[in-house]
Design a protein around this ligand. Structure first.
Ligand code: AKG
Length: 380
């Protein structure tokens, strides 16, 4: 609910007062560009019909009228009046008082440790999630919030992991195929295909863009050991920043190099930081994989010692059991990780019994899109 609308700076800005006492300012140019009328945006698909060059550079607000649940704004020189719902203005306000701390994450992202998860793992039953949109919504929203979730009740058969990606999007095919086998092999093209333990890692940092989701499904797991564990890279990065801000700065401002050339005809290379921040300091991606880290050649000589100390400390924190959640996948179960955030690991396993997993990649934008569409449908 709006209490006042004050035009300022000769019509270049407007200050809105809200019933709770807060104030938010908007620019005339921003409001004009984001007008919601059907000459500016297609009523059918919501896409913008004009370009920035269609808006006069000297655009000003000439009048503002508070209506029941909307604000009507008139712009000159176009002589155009546009209605903005107050809920829309509130949701799209950009006039933040305080600066965000470098490494901030969206409020919807819940950083976790073993203790905060209290041994619990977000999960859903496949058959229920396939027929009940609310169950699917909760499972997808757990992936958004925590960066991982388990799916139970899949057929314990080859290809069942596609059923998981079919719930929200599409598989991203790579040189490993539509999906790949994760079982002990004699001459493995990847150490994942052995019975060795695997340090917590994100997958394929040597790709650009990196696969944003990974699904691992279990067809058989009767070995001794071979448990899966997950670690929240965003929580670990925050811990590193808290105890060693300079180390966090080094890992986030210098690129690492990643490489995979384990099979013939493939030579994948990427140059990206281990801790990636967006231009506004948002923590957007963790890349951590001891197997595919190539020589680091972009860090200046003077910073290399401190860079390696920060890398070591980051690795120690990642290995710290207090950050880890562990579970053993049974036949017919799968788990999904947000590969831009949550690292996964495997404990070593013994020769008796059989362990057969399959893995594939998918894209987080598809998952978030499906989730947003379901959430939108629930609101209607
Ligand atoms: C991978 O394929 O990326 C793995 O980390 C394998 C995990 C596992 O065997 O549990």
């Amino acid at each position: 609910m709006l209490t006042h609308a004050l035009i300022g700076d000769e019509g270049r800005t407007i200050e809105l007062g809200w019933k709770d006492g807060t104030r938010t300012r908007f620019h005339a140019m921003w409001l004009r560009d984001n007008a919601l009328d059907d000459k500016t945006r297609s009523a059918g698909n919501g896409q913008r019909l004009i370009t920035i060059l269609d808006i006069p550079a000297e655009t000003r607000i000439s009048g503002a009228l508070i209506k029941a649940s909307a604000l009507e704004i008139s712009f000159v020189p176009e002589q155009k009046t546009v209605r903005f719902p107050t809920a829309w203005l509130n949701a799209n306000a950009y006039d933040r008082g305080e600066a965000r701390q470098t490494g901030w994450t969206d409020v919807g992202i819940k950083r976790w440790t073993g203790a905060t998860m209290q041994g619990s793992v977000p999960r859903a039953d496949y058959a229920t999630a396939s027929r009940d949109r609310d169950v699917l919504r909760r499972w997808l929203s757990a992936v958004r919030a925590y960066g991982f979730a388990v799916m139970d009740g899949l057929p314990a058969e080859s290809g069942a992991l596609c059923k998981v990606s079919d719930l929200f999007g599409y598989i991203r095919e790579t040189n490993y195929g539509r999906w790949f086998e994760v079982r002990a092999e004699v001459n493995p093209s990847n150490l994942a295909y052995t019975n060795l333990g695997l340090q917590a890692h994100t997958d394929n940092p040597y790709r650009d863009p990196v696969p944003t989701l990974q699904i691992l499904s279990c067809i058989e797991n009767t070995v001794e050991g071979g448990e899966s564990s997950v670690v929240d890279g965003f929580a670990v990065a925050a811990a590193l920043r808290a105890e060693n801000p300079e180390g966090f700065r080094l890992l986030s401002s210098w690129p690492a190099r990643f490489e995979y050339a384990g099979s013939s005809g493939v030579r994948l290379q990427a140059k990206r930081p281990m801790i990636e921040l967006g231009p506004d300091g948002e923590l957007i991606c963790i890349r951590f994989n001891n197997r595919s880290l190539a020589p680091t050649v972009d860090v200046p000589f003077a910073d290399m010692d401190a860079y390696y100390a920060a890398y070591r400390r980051f690795a120690e924190l990642i290995e710290d059991p207090s950050f880890e959640v562990t579970f053993k996948l049974e036949a017919g179960q799968a788990f999904i990780v947000d590969n831009t955030r949550v690292m996964h690991a495997r404990k070593a396993f013994s020769g008796t019994g059989k362990r057969w997993l399959q893995g594939c990649y998918a894209d987080k934008d598809g998952l978030l899109s499906t989730l947003a569409a379901i959430e939108h449908g629930f609101k209607e």
